[in-house]
Unconditional design. Structure first.
Length: 117
């Protein structure tokens, strides 16, 4: 099982970023997928989740209305569109299989998102 996250960077408050996660080593289309983040000194937290067929999504209250999760089962990828970014969104972002609960113990290297002036 492997997850490769990309798309992070430095952005000003109010800006946007689109994160992508390429997954391999399991039957992607059979699993929900989720994005998590971990800020310095804090525990990893769930940000958003999407069911295997994209019919159901979940968002943490802190990102609801600003972030959108989507997936492409043909390409084994899951994305996170992040708009109206705030400094408190600064963190390393990770993806994993499972709808709001991580299924696999392995994690990717994550992608750093920094929101700052």
């Amino acid at each position: 099982v492997q997850f490769v996250e990309s798309g992070g960077g430095l952005v000003q408050p109010g800006g946007s970023l689109r994160l992508s996660c390429a997954a391999s080593g399991f039957t992607f289309r059979s699993y929900g997928m989720s994005w998590y983040r971990q800020a310095p000194g804090k525990e990893r937290e769930l940000v958003a989740g999407i069911s295997s067929g994209s019919s159901t999504t979940y968002y943490a209250d802190s990102v609801k209305g600003r972030f959108t999760i989507s997936r492409d089962n043909a390409k084994n990828t899951v994305s996170l569109q992040m708009n109206s970014l705030k400094p408190e969104d600064t963190a390393v972002y990770y993806c994993n299989a499972g709808f709001t609960v991580s299924v696999f113990p392995s994690w990717g290297q994550g992608t750093q998102v920094t929101v700052s002036t």
